[in-house]
Design a protein around this ligand. Structure first.
Ligand code: AMP
Ligand code: ZN
Ligand code: FE
Ligand code: FE
Length: 277
């Protein structure tokens, strides 16, 4: 088994969603930091995967094609997919619907911010997003640019990750079951991302993990920069109890987007991931 242990980071974002670096730049950065494997897990899109995989082949880094999907049951219940096929029709269709949802959400979010005295235009947020679907960090950067807040983090604390935001702006997300199904139908394995962000703990989290396992969940992200040692130990316990592979990653978005998060170099068993990768 030890032959399958790799220095890896299995949770990374690029300019295909809300990250700072292009897929090729990020792969080269991961290689330069000494990683042997890296999973690209952009929000709701596979658009960056081919570029990342080509860059990985060139520089000798194992790139695992991934995705991160947001589910509706809790404000930040995210499901990671590993080993997905970037062109799988099921996943492309899922991503197309998510992109339309993001467009509608942007309109609701602009109106929500205006009610609170923050006046942004869609075009200035879209300019920051470039070709990517608009995500909340793009809004945060627009608010910093206009001087409404001084950091991205402040934008989230005051506007973009509040109870009012979640009640009024976030609507109609897919169920965790449908996220897992889309990942599995495109050849991937599903993992529960940053369990602490669900906001539930103990027995409630145990029940959620049991339900996700019944839907086909394969892994759980135990190692994550924001997890306390106690949380990490509990998630490792859940991994063992439900026979889930323990994974980990940094959720690196680049220092401009998340200044406090660096690439991780975790020793992980990757033998359970599809062989062809
Ligand atoms: P979205 O998928 O557009 O809803 O945006 C989700 C992204 O927003 C996450 O991946 C994080 O990058 C960022 N995010 C969510 N909540 C927070 C928070 N409280 N502080 C900083 N960034 C956050
Ligand atoms: Zn993000
Ligand atoms: Fe996430
Ligand atoms: Fe993420």
């Amino acid at each position: 088994m030890s032959g399958a242990i790799r220095t890896a980071d299995l949770h990374l974002h690029t300019t295909a969603s809300d990250g700072q670096y292009t897929p090729a730049q990020l792969v080269r950065l991961a290689k330069a930091r000494g990683l042997e494997a890296a999973a690209i897990t952009d929000h709701d899109t596979t658009a960056g995967l081919k570029e990342a995989m080509q860059a990985g082949e060139k520089c000798g880094l194992r790139v695992i094609p991934g995705i991160e999907l947001s589910a509706k049951e809790y404000p930040s219940l995210h499901i990671l997919g590993y080993g997905v096929s970037p062109d799988a029709p099921v996943l492309l269709d899922f991503c197309r619907r998510r992109r339309a949802w993001r467009d509608r959400r942007s309109e609701r979010l602009l109106a929500f911010l205006l009610e609170q005295g923050v006046r942004l235009s869609l075009s200035e947020v879209a300019e920051i997003a470039g070709t990517a679907a608009i995500g909340r960090p793009h809004f945060a950067q627009a608010m910093v640019r206009r001087g409404y807040v001084s950091t991205n983090q402040e934008a989230f604390a005051r506007y973009l990750d509040t109870q009012a935001y979640h009640a009024q702006v976030e609507q109609c997300k897919p169920t965790a079951q449908s996220c897992i199904a889309a990942i599995m139908a495109s050849g991937g394995k599903a993992s529960l991302a940053h369990p602490y962000q669900t906001g539930i703990h103990g027995d409630a989290l145990d029940r959620l993990v049991a339900a996700l396992k019944d839907c086909g969940l394969s892994a759980i992200e135990c190692y994550y920069p924001k997890h306390t040692p106690e949380q990490q130990a509990f998630y490792l316990h859940l991994a063992e109890k439900y026979r889930l592979h323990p994974t980990g990653g940094s959720d690196f978005h680049g220092e401009k987007v998340k200044p406090d998060v660096e690439l991780a170099a975790l020793e992980l068993d990757l033998s359970w991931l599809p062989d062809h990768l």
